[in-house]
Write a new protein. Structure first.
Length: 112
């Protein structure tokens, strides 16, 4: 998705060209592109046997979808579980925890 947003539209081989080495097989990327199309995230224009793909949704909309899915599948929709995981997994220091605390305080004040 990120490469399609960057390119606006592209063929599979153009997507692969922008990927870091070692590059995945053409069939692998083609399969992922078709899955994204079946889910309604991208579409294509056909020029004979060639398909040019383009995004149907923006990055913000896709992030929301991906985040909602992650929250449901991995954290049982518990923000407390998410934050605990981040704090434990990334071993946040006191400064980083203070930054999060300040951000939460700012958000609380905006809601008032």
């Amino acid at each position: 998705m990120q490469l399609l947003w960057q390119l606006n539209e592209a063929m599979v081989k153009e997507i692969i060209e922008l990927m870091p080495d070692p590059k995945p097989a053409y069939n692998t990327v083609s399969t992922v592109v078709r899955v994204l199309e079946n889910k309604g995230f991208i579409d294509h224009k056909a020029y004979g046997n060639t398909h040019v793909y383009f995004p149907l949704i923006g990055e913000t909309q896709y992030k929301k979808f991906a985040f909602d899915k992650m929250m449901n599948n991995y954290f049982s929709n518990s923000y407390k579980s998410l934050v605990s995981f981040i704090v434990d997994e990334k071993k946040l220091d006191i400064r980083q925890l203070d930054e999060i605390s300040n951000l939460l305080e700012d958000l609380k004040n905006k809601k008032k």
